[in-house]
Design a protein around this ligand. Structure first.
Ligand SMILES: O=C(O)CCC(=O)C(=O)O
Ligand SMILES: [Fe+2]
Length: 251
């Protein structure tokens, strides 16, 4: 069955700020995607004996990129558009983030961050987008296996804060927690979880941070491929999108 976003998932996303869609990639697709990741990491490996996170930010040049092929194969654009207002699609991303976490790396983030503000875009505005998508190439069913930490509902509370303080408060780092994330009521943090082959969608404003990996050196490293998705025309409405956080999303 082709995975799809149903009403319940849309409600979860609107209320919590994230949703996990299972079974997007099958076993053979995962094997192939992990081979691509291994090849990329062989070209830009972490330092010897490195533990903790290691990120690559491959740009998609003309002529294609295996991580753009993965985006297509996983049907991310179609799934994402099922979260968006019917009149919106998503722009094709021009880069990916390959995130791996090598155990053992006990770590628990003390607070969240928002992406795109350290640094800002060259014009001084925050590098906002509509939502983050992560394809899980490794199992996230157990906790503390590199699972992302998120602060549910913060997308709405941060939206409220920015409605009061203005969208440009997103760039005023001196008014933020060290995170960087504006000082709002955070509530409790949780770890996102689910099997390998699942896809995470997280609202741009959702407080999140990298999680630890408490496995041993013999355990599997965490591998996630992220894409930052812009709904059609997002940059022209970014101030509206961060002050009215559900404006780009479907009911
Ligand atoms: O490691 C992760 O899964 C998330 C990293 C992250 O939030 C970031 O690089 O902005
Ligand atoms: Fe982030």
């Amino acid at each position: 069955m082709v995975p799809a976003i149903n009403d319940e998932m849309r409600t979860t996303f609107r209320e919590q700020g994230f949703v996990v869609v299972p079974d997007v990639l099958g076993a053979n697709q995962l094997t192939r995607a992990r081979a691509v990741v291994a090849e990329l990491l062989a070209k830009e490996p972490p330092p010897a004996d490195h533990v903790g996170f290691h990120f690559l930010w491959p740009r998609f040049e003309a002529g294609g990129n295996p991580l753009l092929n993965l985006y297509d194969e996983a049907g991310i654009a179609k799934l994402a558009s099922q979260l968006l207002r019917p009149d919106l699609g998503v722009d094709e991303p021009d880069f990916a983030q390959l995130a791996v976490t090598i155990p053992p790396w006990p770590h628990r983030p003390g607070g969240p961050h928002v992406d795109g503000v350290t640094p800002t875009l060259p014009d001084g505005t925050p590098g906002t987008f509509t939502m983050l998508t992560g394809i899980w190439l490794t199992d996230h069913e157990q906790l503390d296996r590199g699972n992302l930490h998120v602060w549910p509902g913060t997308h709405l509370r941060l939206g409220e804060y920015l409605r009061e303080h203005g969208a440009d408060a997103l760039t005023r780092l001196d008014e933020m927690s060290p995170g960087p994330y504006p000082k709002i009521d955070l509530g409790d943090q949780i770890q996102v979880s689910g099997p390998a082959g699942s896809v995470l969608f997280a609202h741009y404003l959702l407080g999140h941070n990298i999680g630890g990996h408490s496995g041993t050196a013999n355990d599997e490293r965490r591998e996630t491929v992220y894409y930052r998705l812009h709904a059609t025309g997002h940059r022209e409405r970014w101030r509206e999108a961060v002050t009215n956080p559900l404006v780009e999303f479907r009911h």
